[in-house]
Design a protein around this ligand. Structure first.
Ligand SMILES: [Zn+2]
Length: 193
């Protein structure tokens, strides 16, 4: 009986020892699994940082390019950052008579963006700052000169029985009139006939 109890007791002890061992083993493997998962997560985070930051930078750079001054005014884009100095030529003929374009239009205290230096010479489109497309409109020159020019009138001569306003740029008829965007070296002819 005693022997049985003893042996039972030691068997129990053995069992509980084994159980503890098993528990410890399970705990250890659970810890290992946890560590493995944590490492995996850390790797994932590292991967996201490694690729995510350059991707975000590329996207930001692209956005900056798209939003740059060249395009952010849609219908009036920047054509030069620092400025232009162009020389379009303008001739005006009314009923066969060539109009004299005076010297020094727009040359006063502050030189206007469009100005002349000599009689009947080319005009100077000289802008020493950021230039937008609309800064090159032909209307600018006539505004500086304080003269009327559009699809209806050149000076006091307006479309009607006496004639029609016509415009030619480099030999080709053009219908933009005062809205024409001048280019360097343009030969602009305005005729009323
Ligand atoms: Zn010039």
């Amino acid at each position: 009986m005693n022997d049985d109890v003893e042996s039972d007791g030691s068997a129990e002890q053995r069992d509980s020892k084994g159980l503890r061992k098993k528990q410890r083993r399970e705990e250890r493997s659970a810890a290992q699994e946890k560590e493995r998962l944590t490492t995996k997560r850390t790797k994932k985070v590292r991967l996201v940082v490694l690729w995510g930051i350059p991707i975000v930078l590329v996207v930001l750079a692209g956005w900056a390019i798209v939003r740059s001054p060249k395009t952010n005014e849609g219908d009036n884009p920047q054509i030069s950052r620092r400025g232009i100095h162009w020389h379009p030529e303008i001739s005006i003929t009314i009923k066969g008579e060539r109009v004299t374009i005076p010297a020094n239009i727009g040359v006063g205290g502050l030189k206007a963006d469009t100005h002349t230096h000599n009689v009947n010479d080319r005009i100077h489109l000289e802008i020493n700052r950021s230039v937008r497309e609309r800064d090159t409109r032909l209307a600018k020159f006539f505004d500086t000169w304080s003269k009327e020019f559009n699809s209806q009138c050149i000076f006091e001569s307006c479309n009607g029985e006496e004639g029609t306003v016509k415009m030619f740029v480099n030999g080709e008829e053009n219908f933009d009139f005062e809205n024409y965007l001048m280019k360097d070296g343009d030969r602009i002819e305005i005729r009323y006939e």
